[in-house]
Each structure stands twice: as structure tokens, then as C-alpha cells.
Design a protein around this ligand. Structure first.
Ligand code: BEZ
Length: 216
């Protein structure tokens, strides 16, 4: 029986693996790219395919919003730079949507393997639909993996990015289905003294001392 190659997948909290790559905006050394910014590195299975075209268009239509959120976008697929350029131009001609962010041409699958985007039981030649949220210190903070046949949700990608940034800024946790403006979770007490203080605290909405929310 043929043995399957085993790839180590990066995990939440890991430093984003570094690489050099050819992209639609030129050569990139990832660790030097967009210093001080959040980065969203995302893969799509193949150029000139329908679901991928809708997803890439979704990223492109939100390019300004991502810039406002201090976030650089980087796409990737296991296609050539010529294919990327032809696809970008085709989508621009047909729909007016222009993918201005870099798209990595990962023909040797080096980056796909480094980021666990190549999942051979799903496809041996195409990357799955991965999204890596990487903070300005180059730490991986959130990972999404979708299969080839299900497109991602742009609203959730944007919500997750806003949630990470809000949580970092305010040192709070983010509850189920949170949207900007909603109440957030106050960190639960860790000592009896903190527990008693929380029980006495009337400034937040409490189910009990360990589950309290407040409006910021
Ligand atoms: C698509 O983007 O439509 C697609 C790509 C690869 C496999 C299946 C669907």
C-alpha cells in the first residue's frame, strides 16, 4: 500500500511559517510583507472555477473594508502566475471586480504544504479553502478550512477579524453570534475574592458569577 505524505499543520498560536513566493504583485517574503498589519492568507482550489470566482470576488469587493481594518489580503492557489493573471483580467472584464491583492502562484505546493492547505484525501492537486488570520506579530490567531465544494462566508470572515481585534483591544472574550456593538464576556473570576466582587458587581448582566456580559 502506498504511504500518504504527512504534513504538519500550523496551529492557532503558532508563528506563521515563513516562505518566499511569486505572486501577482511580485515576489514576496511573507515575514517582510505588510509589517504592522493583520494578514489574511487564504487559498482557493483553482483559477477559472465558479465557487472560487465568487469567493475571490467577495474578498475583492471588501478590499477597502479590510484596509480600514489594517488587514492585508493574500490569496493562493496551485496555479501558474499566467493562469492567475488571465483569471484576474477575465473577472475584471466580465464583472468589473479587480483582485488587486497578491495571489501566490504555488505551483510547487510549497506554501500549501506548509500551511496544511493540501489535504490529500480531499484533493492531491488542489488546495482546500483555507483562511489564516495572522496578527501584526505574525502569530496565527484563527484558522478556517472548508472543503472544495462549499464556499466560505464573507460576513463570518469579517466578523471573526473584527472579533479578534476587539478582543485584543479590550481584553474580553467574544460570545456566540457576537456582532460589533453587542455585549461581550467579562473574564471570569479566578479567586474567591474576585468571585465575591463579581457577585456584588451590578454593572454587568449576569447569568451567574462565571458568565457575565457587559456593554463596552
Ligand atoms: C469551484 O470553485 O467551483 C470548485 C473548485 C474545485 C472543485 C470544485 C469546485
Amino acid at each position: 500500500m502506498e504511504e500518504q505524505e504527512v504534513f504538519k499543520m500550523p496551529l492557532i498560536g503558532d508563528k506563521a511559517p515563513d516562505f518566499e513566493a511569486v505572486t501577482t504583485t511580485g515576489k514576496m517574503k511573507f515575514s517582510d510583507y505588510a509589517p504592522g498589519k493583520w494578514k489574511i492568507l487564504f487559498s482557493h482550489p483553482a483559477d477559472f472555477t465558479p465557487v472560487c470566482t465568487t469567493e475571490m470576488s467577495g474578498f475583492a469587493q471588501n478590499q477597502e473594508l479590510f484596509a480600514d481594518l489594517n488587514t492585508a489580503l493574500i490569496g493562493l492557489s496551485i496555479d501558474s502566475i499566467h493562469s492567475h493573471l488571465a483569471w484576474v483580467n477575465n473577472v475584471r472584464e466580465k464583472t468589473g471586480v479587480y483582485f488587486q491583492f497578491p495571489i501566490i502562484a504555488d505551483l510547487d505546493m510549497k506554501v500549501s504544504k506548509l500551511y496544511g492547505m493540501l489535504q490529500p484525501s480531499e484533493s492531491e492537486t488542489a488546495a482546500v479553502r483555507a483562511v489564516f488570520f495572522i496578527d501584526p506579530e505574525n502569530k496565527i490567531r484563527l484558522i478556517m478550512y472548508y472543503p472544495l465544494n462549499v464556499g466560505r462566508n464573507m460576513n463570518e470572515i469579517i466578523r471573526a477579524l473584527k472579533a479578534l481585534q476587539f478582543s485584543d483591544k479590550n481584553k474580553v472574550a467574544i460570545p456566540l453570534n457576537w456582532e460589533p456593538g453587542d455585549k461581550v464576556i467579562v473574564p471570569p473570576p479566578k479567586t474567591l475574592e474576585e468571585m465575591d466582587a463579581r457577585i456584588a458587581d451590578t454593572s454587568c448582566e449576569k447569568v451567574d458569577f462565571y458568565l457575565a456580559k457587559k456593554q463596552l
